[in-house]
Structure formats: structure tokens, C-alpha cells
Design a protein around this ligand. Sequence first.
Ligand SMILES: Cc1cc2nc3c(=O)[nH]c(=O)nc-3n(C[C@H](O)[C@H](O)[C@H](O)COP(=O)(O)O)c2cc1C
Length: 148
Amino acid sequence: MALRQVLYGSSAVRPMTQAEIDVILEQARRRNIETGITGILFYLDGNFLQLLEGEEPALSETFDRIRLDTRHRNLIKMLDGPIDQRSFAASPMAFRSIYGNELEENPDLFVQSNGRWSLSEGAGVDEQLKILIETFLMVNYTRSHDRL
Ligand SMILES: Cc1cc2nc3c(=O)[nH]c(=O)nc-3n(C[C@H](O)[C@H](O)[C@H](O)COP(=O)(O)O)c2cc1C
């Protein structure tokens, strides 16, 4: 079966509370378990970055639903194509949010040095995807923590 991945970035229509993010995550997890979608969702400083991995037609259907969601806007697709294997298949949650201290709580996936977050070598994430995720973390994580 053909596996596909999509990575996109978007902006929340307004700053979201932890409770609002939790609603999105709960919805996403429930649907993704049904549809076999895995991936990762970051929310930092008003911006989302989401990786979706899965088989067709589930992936297109999911992405079409997300694209129409009025809680975010300015959606920009950064990667879209076939993959041989999932990068975040091992995650039992199927989904992770990075809000608050979740980077620190996942040392198997994320490592920090000199105040900059990167994906650990053991995470086994494709190089292009790794660079895009790390760039998002660098820009948004630094900004949100500078203000605290
Ligand atoms: C940033 C963001 C990420 C989302 N991620 C997912 C997702 O991974 N899977 C999913 O099914 N819905 C996701 N959603 C929710 C969908 O947009 C939509 O509300 C939901 O799939 C509808 O589910 P329902 O038909 O069960 O009500 C996301 C929404 C937002 C704003």
C-alpha cells in the first residue's frame, strides 16, 4: 500500500489556550486512530506545524478536513509525497503536542544543546523533514521563551 506524507504550517486565528489545543488533539487522535494516520503536531507561539503520514485515501480525506478548519489559516504545504516508512509510527499516542514542556518530556525524540532543539538521531527522521521541524522549533520556541 502506498504511504504518503504531508507537512504543513499554519497560523491559529488567535492565540490558543492549552484547553483549546487539547480539544484539537483529542479530536485528531480519535480520528487518526480510526484512519491509521500518524504524525506530529506542534503548536508554538500561535503557529502550527503538522506532519501527517498514512495511506490513501485516508490521508487526503484528513488533510481536506484540516484545510477547511476555521481555527487556523494561512496554511502552507511544505512537503508532500510518497514515503517508504513512517517517521512517527512508534508513538503510541499517534500524536504529540508541543505546548509547554513536552519537548523536555520526550528525550527519546528531542535533544537540546546551546538553547536549540533538534530531533535526536535515534528518532530516525528523514533529513529534509528534520531540517523543517528544527527550523520551526528554532524560530517559534526561541521566540515564545524569550517573552516568558
Ligand atoms: C491544527 C489542526 C490540526 C488537526 N489535526 C487533525 C488530524 O490530524 N486528524 C484529524 O482527523 N483532524 C484533525 N484536525 C481536526 C479537523 O480539522 C476536523 O475538525 C476534524 O477532523 C473533524 O472531525 P469530526 O468529523 O470527527 O468532527 C485538526 C485541526 C487543526 C486546527
